[in-house]
Design a protein around this ligand. Structure first.
Ligand SMILES: Cc1cc2nc3c(=O)[nH]c(=O)nc-3n(C[C@H](O)[C@H](O)[C@H](O)COP(=O)(O)OP(=O)(O)OC[C@H]3O[C@@H](n4cnc5c(N)ncnc54)[C@H](O)[C@@H]3O)c2cc1C
Length: 292
């Protein structure tokens, strides 16, 4: 595997890194674990003059939790670290499941959850549960930080709301409300180590009567960005959770999906799988919400 020529930069602070982004706008790319970026470089899909590694910037790999701030996953936290981290397993086990569902253990020991998010692939494994959980991406320009709701982060395949001089520094995941449950479901041509043909994240909160108080459903690989299943979400509000209502929610989710046919699956198969897997995700999430 040969790579194009570039100058390799390793800043040791966030302000230095953002200043480099500013200085070399349009000619510089960021590398976290490099598991997506190095492939793109080797395919000449990108030919930057500068490649900037984030590795030497201190503090970016931390994972922390507080009831007020929720879970914070630093930009350099590896997929494998998120998969095994006790705070993640306790507070947001579906994020650990999604990290575990990504690639092989070798890739998970190099790649980051943030890299998976910033790569902005519609089929990325870690995005649907983060969307379901209403995560926030914290972006820094070195001098200023801003919080980008994940619903506003994805602009198209490979395109995010980050400005040219910004680095995504952390993912904030709000603490779940009482009686809430989350699910992540993935289907791919090979059962393991494969990019998703369809993936679904769902978060459901129940009220005292066991009816749906709020719900967020995210569908991956069925549009240019991760899509919310708005029709299904609207339908479920204030409904009792039964096999019938969940099946109808699945059917409505498929209406909102706009997949293409490609090497991984046909459009028709993807639509059908959205229906099946949304129903499955909601059932599991509602089960957790109800204390199962
Ligand atoms: C063999 C193989 C199998 C794979 N299988 C899967 C799979 O099953 N599921 C899946 O979802 N993915 C898969 N991937 C893709 C990849 O491993 C993941 O997307 C991984 O999480 C990327 O993380 P990274 O740290 O390596 O990102 P990098 O490659 O370093 O970066 C990815 C993109 O994000 C940008 N970026 C990274 N960090 C930041 C930041 N902090 N701020 C701003 N921009 C940033 C980079 O500039 C680049 O555009 C696979 C890749 C390989 C090579």
């Amino acid at each position: 595997m040969s790579l194009p020529q570039f100058k390799f930069l390793m800043p040791t602070s966030l302000s230095e890194a953002c200043a480099l982004l500013e200085e070399h706008q349009g000619k510089i790319k960021i590398k976290a674990g490099g598991t997506d970026m190095i492939v793109r470089l080797s395919h000449r899909a990108v030919k930057p003059d500068f490649l900037m590694a984030l590795k030497k910037i201190p503090g970016l790999n931390e994972i922390s939790y507080s009831p007020e701030a929720g879970l914070t996953i630093g930009a350099l936290a590896l997929l494998r670290e998120v998969e095994l981290n006790p705070l993640v397993l306790e507070q947001a086990p579906m994020l650990a499941r999604a990290a575990h569902a990504t690639a092989t253990v070798q890739i998970r020991n190099m790649g980051t959850v943030m890299g998976n998010v910033c790569n902005a692939s519609p089929s990325a494994d870690n995005i649907p549960s983060l969307v379901a959980m209403n995560a926030i991406i914290v972006a820094s320009s070195g001098t200023k930080e801003r919080e980008i709701p994940i619903d506003e982060f994805f602009l198209g395949p490979g395109r995010s709301a980050l400005q040219a001089n910004e680095i995504a520094v952390a993912i904030k995941v709000p603490k779940l409300a009482a009686n809430s449950g989350v699910s992540y479901q993935k289907i791919s041509a090979r059962s393991k180590v494969d990019i998703a043909a369809v993936n679904i994240g769902a978060l459901i909160t129940l009220n005292e009567e066991g009816k749906c108080k709020s719900v967020r459903i995210s569908m991956g690989a069925v549009g240019p960005t991760p899509l919310r299943a708005a029709l299904a979400e609207k339908f479920l509000l204030d409904k009792k959770i039964t096999d019938e209502t969940l099946a109808e929610a699945g059917r409505l989710a498929a209406e909102d999906a706009s997949p293409i046919s490609d090497v991984r699956a046909s459009r028709e198969y993807r639509k059908l799988m959205v229906e099946v897997m949304t129903t499955r995700a909601l059932k599991e999430a509602a089960g957790f919400a109800g204390g199962q």
